[in-house]
Design a protein around this ligand. Structure first.
Ligand code: FAD
Ligand code: NAP
Length: 332
């Protein structure tokens, strides 16, 4: 794609090391998950000529999964990568300019917003839609990577169905872990909740749900050190009461291993200008995609500590494009 074909293009040769390209666009979208591509579909159809930068993970989190069975419109399910390819094709069909590049810094201090990609390409935009997603935290075990898509998951709502009637483990002690364990308890024969301390961090209401579920067994003061299995997860090795005289190694048989130890929203690059919550989720005005900076909108997981689903991300991408369109029409 010729990046000089769009709008006002100005080359700035004053940059020290490399060519710095300045380009002015109406609507810039950062991120190529369901939120970014949906924003691109709506923004193109509203004649905003959106330019979308994909980031390192073209297609977003769903490109790391096999079957997506809960996205409306695909009655037989669809593979994550194929679904995201469809999103991209749909956005391009209406003229969205999809490019590879990572936002490395921003300047949201003026009325025109500046975003630098790959440390050397500056794009100026009247409206910016941030759709950079969130990344689930993992324990960092080699076996988590080995069994990715083969029994290891960070999303019970997404993958729980595949473990109907089976035995699974959930790691974590917060609200997400409690919620995911309770959800899985409704589907699975047995759920181990692996908690590293002697108490849960989850709210009392969520704790009560866990305690009331007869098929959840809490493994207090346990830490996972390995996963094992021939062609997928068949069990986990845990250490109980690590560092105490009662320390012992425990093995449990499981079919699935769910991480619920938190997510990291991909918002670092924007934090100098945008308000975030304690975890780093970008704050939006409730019921809108508007951030604290005029003309900067946020959609999808990067602003959503609660739902983090493809369909909610896509919905909020639509909201962001409509909010951007209204903002731009008032600028004229
Ligand atoms: P993401 O999909 O996370 O996309 C973020 C995008 O931002 C990526 O393209 C990335 O490259 C880009 N980006 C990040 N930083 C930068 C940067 N600095 N510059 C430029 N671009 C950047 N949900 C469901 O509804 N159903 C499922 O079955 C399902 N299965 C899942 C399975 C797995 C293994 C995982 C991890 C998640 C699953 N989810 C599922 C959750 C779903 O994937 C997310 O809710 C959804 O992808 C969020 O969309 P998003 O557009 O907000 O962000
Ligand atoms: P969280 O509150 O940060 O909890 C993370 C949990 O994972 C903690 O119990 C933590 O243990 C554990 N943990 C972290 N690293 C670990 C490791 N390496 N090994 C083992 N355990 C580890 O995250 P969250 O549960 O995702 O919740 C995030 C926010 O969303 C919270 O504010 C929560 O209230 C909110 N939320 C709300 C709801 C709801 O209201 N329905 C649902 C989900 C989330 P320690 O306790 O020992 O630190």
């Amino acid at each position: 794609m010729d990046i000089f074909k769009k709008l006002d293009v100005e080359k700035d040769t004053h940059s020290k090391n490399s060519l710095e390209i300045k380009e002015k666009v109406k609507c810039l979208i950062i991120g190529s998950g369901p939120a970014g591509y949906t924003a691109a579909i709506y923004a193109s159809r509203a004649n905003l000529n959106p330019v979308l930068y994909t980031g390192l993970q073209m297609g977003g989190q769903l490109t790391t999964t096999t079957d997506v069975d809960n996205y409306p419109g695909y009655p037989g399910g669809i593979s994550g990568p194929k679904m995201m390819e469809d999103f991209k094709r749909q956005a391009e069909r209406f003229g969205a300019d999809v490019r590879f590049g990572i936002a490395t810094s921003v300047d949201f201090s003026g009325r025109t917003h500046k975003v630098t990609f790959d440390d050397n390409k500056v794009v100026e935009a009247d409206a910016v839609i941030i759709a950079t997603g969130a990344t689930a935290k993992y324990l960092g075990l080699e076996s988590e990577t080995r069994y990715a898509g083969m029994g290891v998951s960070a999303c019970a709502t997404c993958d729980g169905f595949f473990y109907k009637g089976k035995t699974v483990a959930v790691v974590g002690g917060g609200d997400t872990a409690a919620e995911e364990a309770t959800y899985l308890a409704g589907l699975c024969k047995k759920v181990y909740l692996i908690v590293r301390r002697h108490e849960l961090r989850a709210s009392k209401a969520m704790q009560n749900k866990v305690f009331k579920s007869l098929n959840i067994e809490i493994l207090w003061e346990h830490q996972t050190i390995d996963l094992f299995g021939e062609n997928g997860v068949e069990g986990a090795t845990l250490i109980k009461k690590k560092g105490t005289p009662e320390e012992e190694t425990v093995k449990i048989k499981i079919d699935g291993f769910f991480l619920a130890i938190g997510h990291t929203p991909n918002s670092d690059v924007f934090k100098e200008y945008l308000e975030t919550d304690q975890v780093g989720y970008i704050k939006t005005i409730p019921g809108t995609s508007k951030t604290n900076v005029e003309g900067v909108f946020a959609a999808g997981d990067v602003q959503d500590p609660h739902y983090r689903q493809a369909v909610t991300a896509a919905g909020s991408g639509c909201m962001a494009a409509i909010d951007a369109e209204r903002y731009l029409s008032e600028l004229k």
